[in-house]
Structure formats: structure tokens, C-alpha cells
Ligand binder design. Structure first.
Ligand code: PBG
Length: 321
């Protein structure tokens, strides 16, 4: 970290959108982050049957989505980039530059976080690279991830959001950002991320289902409270600016302890399976979707979440009014 930034507290103050996201006010549409998917292989946008109101976009069609979301009052986006060609040894720089640059050139006012992981890129769908024996190779994974983080920043990303769960990624991203003139770019870490059954619809959207095995050698075991806390504390020490629990609902008990232990903003990710389950209840006439969403958001707020990533962020104003 550069001397002048010290603990880096100024990073979270550098834009109006970040100040809105992290204010200590209660739930507000500006504290919601909208996920976006841009998939290189698509000829046109497609709706996701499991996630009503969510689309997989091309780098063109995403622009009209962002335009209407901005009009609806959404400022923060979390972009998932899904390359058409899967590769374990190269970075699709052009696709990343075009997708990120396209959005930021047209809408410089949005705050664009980029999910930083390898699962949509690798041939096997794991979040890290594999060694010859087929085990996750932590250090080469972190090196590749930091190169990707730098590519995102070079393309105009406002924030980097590591979701891979490798050891040392936050410190490594901070180092590569700082040494390339991106001291102001914050890291929003998926700091307490569990291995979960609630990511199913997402993996379809991100083309990231592991071809073999599962993610239990890198994502946290839901039975382990100590690891859940340690994981966020460690990311705080490595220089993360924002922390996160995920899935939100099954990690609800950890939000306040993490916040008290680190004094950093802690958000919750209402993941695809959580959103889809409310949609299914509503489709079957068992609840009203918007009311059920509002209830969950109020509970995240009660539990101490300072921001919320949700697939219905773009409907925030309407749902909270
Ligand atoms: C990538 C990543 C995942 C999600 C966000 N980033 C999937 C996973 O870990 O398998 C899940 C988001 C959701 O379900 O909405 N590693």
C-alpha cells in the first residue's frame, strides 16, 4: 500500500455513489447493488427463466439495461463477465475491455464493480487454476486473478470484487492496483462466502458449474463459525475496503459480529437461489414477490448490513416506497 493512503480510509469516500452506498442510514435504493451478466457468446439478450427480471446481455444490449436502471435510481452495478472461449492460460483482454469500457464510456456516472473470479473462464469451471494432479493451485490462481483485476481497472472498472476465495487475493489485488496508479479503486471482497446450494441459477447464467467435484476446498463450510469470522478478518487485514457475507440469509448471524470486529462496511449478497425461491413462492400464489423481497431487505438491514447486492436492486425505489 502506498504511504500516502495508509489504511486507505479515503478510498470509500472518493465518489458520491460510494458515499451513498456506505452511509449509515437505513435501507435506501442507493444502498442496493444490481448484478449484470454480459456473455460474449450471445447474439442477443436472453431472459433467465429461473430469475424473473434478470437477463444475460451482450455488450451492446447491456447498455440499454444500464440506461433504464440509472433512470430508476440504481447507481451500483456488479458485472459478471462470461467469456465465449474458455481458457486456463490466457485472459480475454479484448472482451473485458470492450464490455467494461462500453458501459463506462457511455455512463461515466455509474459505479461499476467487477466480479473477479476464474469460474466463468476456466475449462473446468473451478474458481482457481488446477495443478497437474487436479488440485487447486492457490498461488498461480492469485497471480492470474490479479492480472485480471488490473485488466479490469485498466478498462475503467470502479471497483474490484474478488469472489474466488483463494488465500492472499485481496493483498495481491491491492498491491497490483496500487503499483499501477489505481490507489483509489476499492476492493469489495466476498470475504465470508460459503459453499452453498443456493448458487444454482447463477451458475447457469455465468456458465460456471464445476465440471468435476465441488467448491468445498475453497468456499467456507457452513458448520464452521470460526472460519466464517476469520475469513472476513483476514480480508480486512489484507486491505479490503468493503466486506460481504454470502449467501445473505444463511449468513445473517455473522453480519454484525464481522462489522464489530473490523469496523468495516459489511454487505450481504441475496444470491440467485434466495431470489429464485421467493419468485417461485410468488408464482405459486403463496406470497407477493415485492412484499417478500422487502421483508428480506428489512431483515438484512436489521442485521446490520451496510449494503445489499440483490437481483431486484433496479426495482429498489418501487419496492421500498
Ligand atoms: C463466482 C460467483 C458465484 C456467485 C457470485 N460469484 C458462484 C459460485 O461461487 O459458485 C453466486 C451468486 C449467486 O448465486 O447469485 N465464484
Amino acid at each position: 500500500m502506498k504511504e500516502s493512503y495508509g489504511m486507505g480510509l479515503r478510498r470509500n469516500r472518493t465518489s458520491p455513489a460510494l458515499r451513498n452506498l456506505l452511509s449509515s442510514e437505513s435501507l435506501h435504493p442507493k444502498k442496493l447493488v444490481q448484478p449484470l451478466f454480459v456473455a460474449e457468446s450471445l447474439a442477443d439478450r436472453e431472459a433467465m427463466s429461473s430469475l424473473p427480471g434478470v437477463f444475460r446481455d451482450t455488450k451492446q444490449t447491456v447498455l440499454s439495461q444500464v440506461e433504464s436502471d440509472l433512470k430508476a435510481g440504481t447507481e451500483h452495478f456488479l458485472l459478471f463477465l462470461v467469456p465465449g472461449h474458455k481458457s486456463d492460460d490466457s485472459i480475454p483482454v479484448q472482451f473485458y475491455e470492450d464490455a467494461i469500457g462500453g458501459i463506462k464510456k457511455k455512463f461515466p456516472e455509474v459505479f461499476l464493480w467487477i466480479d473477479t473470479c476464474l469460474c466463468s473462464l476456466t475449462s473446468h469451471g473451478h474458481c482457481g487454476l488446477l495443478d497437474k494432479k487436479g488440485r487447486i493451485d492457490n498461488d498461480s490462481s492469485v497471480k492470474r486473478l490479479s492480472e485480471i483485476a488490473l485488466c479490469y481497472a485498466n478498462s475503467g472498472a470502479d471497483g474490484i470484487s474478488p469472489s474466488d476465495m483463494m488465500d492472499g487475493r485481496v493483498a495481491s489485488h491491492r498491491r497490483i492496483l496500487d503499483s499501477n496508479g489505481f490507489e483509489h479503486v476499492p476492493v469489495m471482497s466476498y470475504s465470508t462466502k460459503f459453499k452453498s446450494n443456493f448458487y444454482g441459477p447463477f451458475r447457469e447464467a455465468a456458465e460456471s458449474t464445476p465440471g468435476h467435484g465441488d467448491r468445498s476446498s475453497y468456499q467456507i463450510d457452513v458448520r464452521n463459525r470460526e472460519d466464517s469470522l476469520l475469513s472476513s478478518l483476514r480480508d480486512a487485514q489484507e486491505g479490503a475496503d468493503l466486506l460481504m457475507v454470502k449467501p445473505g440469509m444463511t449468513a445473517i448471524d455473522l453480519i454484525r459480529p464481522i462489522r464489530e470486529a473490523t469496523d468495516l462496511p459489511v454487505g450481504a449478497y441475496q444470491v440467485s437461489g434466495e431470489y429464485a425461491s421467493l419468485a417461485l413462492l410468488a408464482e405459486n400464489g403463496f406470497c407477493k414477490f415485492e412484499d417478500a423481497l422487502r421483508e428480506t431487505w428489512q431483515v438484512f438491514s436489521r442485521a446490520g448490513a451496510s449494503y445489499l447486492i440483490t437481483y431486484a436492486a433496479r426495482r429498489g425505489k418501487e419496492i421500498l416506497s
